[in-house]
Design a binder for this molecule. Structure first.
Ligand code: GP9
Ligand code: MN
Length: 625
């Protein structure tokens, strides 16, 4: 009987077993999943099983040749899911989510990046499908018809396996399915396939949330935000009133390169000099707070003083929401507002989202002259980008607020020899080696940009805000980073590596200094608006003015880690900042609630599109009609 069953369902069983093995191989070799004990290893091993059985159950709906085709198609889809995650992980050190899948316009633009992320042996994942197709052709096997009772039983078996899987996983990780923002935990515990189903459920929930949200939900949030408001420093309020604003989003620039060297060569000599300048405020304890939306998340944070989403890029998933963003606020103060970035306008859905954020104009790829000589990697080299941007800025009505997004210091950090100002580093890790060289290049192009503005009389009457958009070197490069920094990359160090530089440069100010306050990108908006003399009391925002005398040293990262004056909290552990050693969790306790609440409130605003219920003119919840 067993022999009979085995031979009747041979193709299905082989496919199932191979898919199981493939999943496990990808888990082990393509992802860096931290497995702490044998139970976790066991969960990892069994977690593809329930999906494999579901897949088999689906195939059973078909018989004859149809079954063969169904097996091949289902195997292909499942394998593609593994393959796509594998490639995505290589770059983002993360797993795909449904909103990311709809960012196909980005994928097409990845160009050089995507090819450098693919290895020929990746395609071995698909080899069993080809062999299976040949096998079907040669053996001419047909799948027998199966009763619906048997199909039902197979689904039930899948379900039981899933319940057992989640049961064991819950003993390891309580509340596994209610805490969703750690994707690695989900993959480890319920497997790649179930994770994607789970993600789909979460996304549909978000859609439903908007439909169900009403104005009462904004009330608690409004109360929290108002209680958290910090008075601006009267000396700084309006210190840059009426000036033009030039914001530079520095691609992948982390703070560890500032005032640092590689092989005796300074990495960012211009920024280092600028920091020393009496007109510059430099914030060394400043963090990026981005999630999967990378550059676009940083743009979102700065524009809205809200957190990006725990999964997907809010630029894609919620571009139709009502926002009360900084470009719109400044527009009402008679500023001309623009964003400048020499990339396809649809990348990160910017062309759509910028309208919701209230930009007057977006200078995108089509506004720049890009030739093979002036481009590298992702597009126009920073030097040429800045040079051509100055041309556009000359045309802007004053006062203007413009954001320039650099690109050259982007993975895979390619640069032509003629542009190399310092040689690549010499570790085993090419990515890290090249990073220093492209960072140095970007630094030089910012210098040229400043020089050009000075020469053209466009410098004096401008306030400059320069910040790093997100990390450039992911945890996949810990070995080289450890070598460079000369210390072990513990979770504490990893969190500290999320520091990005922030410089606020106000020509003629004269009071510039190093500002030790702990903050994040979310604080840029209230800080800048106050410098420009714009009141923020009536706006819903989570950041606070970095110059405010009574501000709290505090930054929450999107993964729930947070940093205070003396502590770093990450991965459920509290660390002493000075020693970098774990301490009693109680020491971080006072801030845990606040960190959770802020992320949660911010998410609720986005999911429920709650700002549509808030009137920024009166600073009140709108009257129900
Ligand atoms: C794309 C550029 C880079 O236009 O902003 O995006 P990133 O990959 O850093 O998010
Ligand atoms: Mn970026």
């Amino acid at each position: 009987m067993l022999k009979n069953t085995l031979s009747k369902y041979q193709a299905l069983i082989i496919t199932g077993v191979l898919l199981w093995i493939k999943s496990y191989i990808v888990y082990k070799f393509a992802f860096d999943l931290s497995i702490e004990n044998s139970v976790q290893e066991f969960i990892l091993l069994i977690n593809p099983l329930s999906s494999v059985v579901f897949i088999i159950a689906f195939a059973l709906f078909f018989s004859g040749k149809g079954r063969n085709i169904a097996i091949l198609v289902l195997n292909f889809i499942a394998t593609f899911v593994l393959f796509a995650n594998m490639v995505y992980y290589r770059f983002f050190n993360d797993f795909i989510t449904i909103p990311v899948l709809f960012q196909t316009s980005n994928m097409g633009d990845l160009g050089e990046s995507i090819t450098s992320l693919l290895y020929p042996y990746d395609f071995l994942l698909f080899i069993d499908i080809i062999l299976m197709a040949v096998y079907f052709k040669v053996r001419k096997t047909d799948g027998p018809k199966v009763s619906s009772k048997k199909i039902g039983l197979t689904f039930a078996a899948g379900l039981i396996l899933f319940i057992v899987n989640v049961g064991i996983a819950e003993t390891e990780r309580p509340q596994l399915l209610t805490r969703s923002f750690d994707r690695e935990m989900l993959i480890k515990n319920i497997g790649a396939f179930n994770y994607h189903v789970y993600d789909a459920v979460i996304q549909s929930k978000a859609k439903a949330q908007r439909a169900l949200a009403d104005s009462s939900e904004i009330v608690d949030i409004e109360n929290y935000v108002k209680a958290d408001y910090r008075q601006p420093d009267p000396e700084k309020f309006g210190a840059a009133e009426g000036k033009n604003v030039v914001m530079i989003s520095m691609e992948s620039l982390q703070d560890f390169v500032i005032n640092n060297e590689v092989e005796g060569k300074e990495i960012t000599p211009f920024l280092n000099d600028l920091i020393e300048d009496e007109d510059t405020y430099y914030f060394p304890n400043f963090y990026h707070q981005t999630g999967q939306g990378k550059t676009s998340d940083s743009e979102f944070i700065v524009a809205n003083s809200m957190y990006p989403l725990p999964s997907g890029a809010v630029f894609f998933t919620h571009s139709q929401n009502e926002y009360q963003a900084m470009p719109e606020i400044l527009d009402q103060k008679d500023y001309y507002t623009a964003s400048m970035h020499a990339n396809n306008k649809s990348f990160w859905n910017r062309d759509i989202m910028y309208k919701s954020l209230g930009y007057d104009h977006f200078y995108s790829l089509k506004d720049y002259k890009v030739t093979p000589e002036t481009s590298i990697g992702w597009g126009l080299k920073d030097e040429h980008f800045f040079e051509q941007s100055v041309g556009h800025m000359k045309e802007m009505p004053e006062p203007y607020f413009t954001k320039l997004i650099t690109l050259t210091n982007h993975f895979p950090f390619s640069l032509e020899q003629e542009d190399e100002l310092i040689p690549e580093w010499t570790s085993q890790d090419g990515t890290v080696n090249r990073y220093f060289t492209t960072a140095r290049y970007t630094d030089e192009s910012i210098k040229m940009f400043f020089d050009s503005l000075k020469n053209q009389g466009m410098y004096e009457d401008t306030v400059f805000v320069l910040y790093g958009d997100h990390y450039g070197i992911s945890e996949n490069h810990n070995a080289a980073m450890s070598k460079y920094l000369g210390k072990e990359i513990t979770p504490f160090v990893s969190t500290q590596l999320q520091q990005v530089p922030l410089l606020i440069h106000i020509p003629g100010d004269g009071n510039g200094k190093v500002m030790e306050t702990v903050g994040g990108q979310i604080d840029i908006r209230p800080t800048l608006l106050h410098l420009l003399g714009v009141d923020t009391k009536n706006t819903i925002h989570f950041g606070s003015d970095l110059f405010s005398k009574d501000r709290q040293d505090f930054a929450v990262l999107r993964d729930g880690s947070f940093i205070t004056k003396n502590h770093v909290y990450t991965d459920g552990k509290c660390y002493d900042k000075e020693s970098g050693e774990p301490v009693e969790k109680a020491q971080c306790e006072p801030y845990m609630e606040k960190a959770k609440k802020e992320l949660d409130y911010s998410d609720r605003i986005i999911y429920g599109d709650l700002l549509r219920f808030f009137d920024p003119k009166s600073g009140q919840v709108k009257e129900e009609k």
